[in-house]
Design a protein around this ligand. Structure first.
Ligand code: GZL
Length: 362
């Protein structure tokens, strides 16, 4: 009710302020990198100005009886992240009974914390967070808890002192993804008569401290112990981006002349590694010198496998929107929800990429 009254006051003020403006003029840009569309929750834009310098924030149009969801997204660092954002924006629409306030934290936790405080200030109905890293969430989640706003975590996990600070988590089993990568490599080497060969591996890690990086690194490390003839030459973070992945791979190629396998903890870093390998006059992929193992399995990874550059991509499902919608509807109906909800995932090798790519949703 508070929100409706505030809205009437704000809209009256807006009528006076913009009397001479065209009907659909967007709300005046409130500062650099803030994409704010005209919405009937103009009061939220004033509150959002606190995060102007920190987040790209946008609100969708909505009716006053819509459920207001504040979503703090990591950033836009990868194809996977784009697909994840599209899934959330495609789900939390006015037609589905929602108003979405979306904030892009540009991969900085401090921006996510600002965005969550902004959501609390706006008295949203639900807060959804895709946390950039696992730690540092207790204080702001306590604030949301005190404000009585349920928090749902998607994608990466958080490490908090009390798991009552969030309703539930939807995401991937990252350690299992690491196990799957090792299982694929063992099978691939066996098929090629290389089971007993000395295998030298380098790893492009994701954002250090993110559960995707922690789980994939730990999963690979744990299962590699079963293969004493495999050596992990070095691991370094490529921060889940293509440019940094290429940069790190260039340094690996300068340091080691006997790399057999690259494990890239996401497809975009794999694309950067492939560019670096080719620029160095080397070859990769099923018919190349260096085997490329990646994670995410976005459509561009299938294209890379079809082009003969990448050997395999271990899927990481980004389509969390419908799952979160289902959770919110259950909570609205007073039902309980499972604390941890894993999404289904597979392993996609180059051999079947052409056949499967047309069926891929992202
Ligand atoms: C995984 C997700 C990771 C992806 C990357 O769930 O957190 O972050 O693997 C993305 O592509 O940047």
């Amino acid at each position: 009710m508070k929100k409706v009254l505030g809205l009437v006051v704000i809209l009256s003020m807006m009528t006076v302020m913009f009397a001479g403006c065209g009907e659909n003029d967007a709300v005046a840009d409130t500062g650099s990198n803030v994409a704010t569309e005209t919405s009937d929750t103009e009061s939220s834009d004033a509150a959002q100005e606190d995060t102007t310098e920190a987040n790209d924030t946008e609100s969708s149009d909505a009716g006053s009886d819509s459920l207001v969801v504040g979503f703090s997204q990591v950033g836009a660092e990868s194809d996977w992240r784009t697909a994840n954002t599209e899934s959330m924006k495609g789900t939390f629409t006015e037609a589905n009974g929602y108003e979405l306030i979306f904030s892009d934290a540009q991969q900085k936790q401090e921006n996510q914390i600002k965005a969550v405080r902004n959501f609390i200030q706006q008295e949203v109905d639900y807060i959804v967070i895709a946390p950039v890293t696992e730690t540092g969430w207790d204080t702001v989640l306590n604030e949301a808890y005190e404000a009585g706003i349920p928090v749902i975590i998607v994608d990466r996990m958080i490490d908090v002192s009390d798991d009552n600070l969030f309703e539930c988590w939807v995401g991937s089993n990252f350690k299992q993804e690491g196990y799957d990568a090792v299982s694929w490599l063992a099978g691939y080497l066996e098929e090629n008569g290389r089971t007993d060969e000395e295998i030298n591996i380098v790893t492009l890690q994701g954002t250090i401290g993110s559960s995707a990086q922690i789980g994939r690194t730990e999963g690979v490390e744990e299962k590699m112990a079963d293969y004493p003839n495999w050596t992990m030459l070095e691991r370094q973070s490529g921060e889940f981006t293509q440019s940094k992945g290429q940069e790190v791979m260039e340094s690996f190629l300068k340091s080691y002349d006997d790399i057999d396998v690259v494990i890239a903890e996401n497809d975009n870093m794999a694309f950067g590694a492939i560019d670096a390998i080719k620029a160095a006059g080397r070859t990769c992929g099923p018919d190349g010198e260096i085997t490329i193992i990646s994670f995410d399995a976005v459509q561009a990874a299938f294209a890379s496998m079809i082009d003969g550059d990448m050997n395999v991509s271990v899927e990481c499902n980004p389509l969390h929107g419908p799952r979160v919608d289902e959770i919110i509807q259950k909570l609205e109906a007073g039902s309980s929800v499972d604390k941890l909800q894993y999404v289904e995932e597979g392993v996609f090798p180059a051999e079947t990429a052409a056949e499967i790519m047309p069926t891929r949703a992202y």
